[in-house]
Design a protein around this ligand. Sequence first.
Ligand SMILES: [Zn+2]
Length: 185
Amino acid sequence: METIPVNSIEFEYVYVANQRCACGGYYTAVRQELRRGPSGPVDRLIARCEGCGDERAFEFDIRSFFGQWEKYGRFRRTDERFRDAIAHLRAGRLAEAEAALRQVVDAEEGEPAFAWGHYHLGCVLLLEGHAEEARFYLERAAAIQPLEPDIHEALARALEATGEEEAALGHRRESAALKEQFPAE
Ligand SMILES: [Zn+2]
């Protein structure tokens, strides 16, 4: 199983809560186990789908902070920056939103597996006319949370803006299919 890079324990739970089961339901963590992997400590969360009850395990690479107490609790700052970014975005302050979102998904300071951070950064970059870079972040968001129609929709807009009509159409179809598949959304 591929481990997910994280910079805080709190984010592991955020990550799991944002993952979708094939049935469309979201996951809740039910058990946690600390393991020693070949390259360092791994935190394993076992989660249950709120829709169908299926269990799935997620493994997180916690080497960046494990045992370094001064680094614990860093997610609070990332979460604050994310909220600030959304407030800037709602007020139309794109440059401020962009700066905050870059910190949110920063590999060292933020959470590099925060799909909604990548998603909003991609959307802001698209509004600013930076379609190529927007596409990069939206592709990352889609890789982390492949079952979210909004992410595929935004990625389709970025691909359109970079002249990749065919790939854009693929993601538009994927978005429509997911919306139909999970009508509760
Ligand atoms: Zn399910």
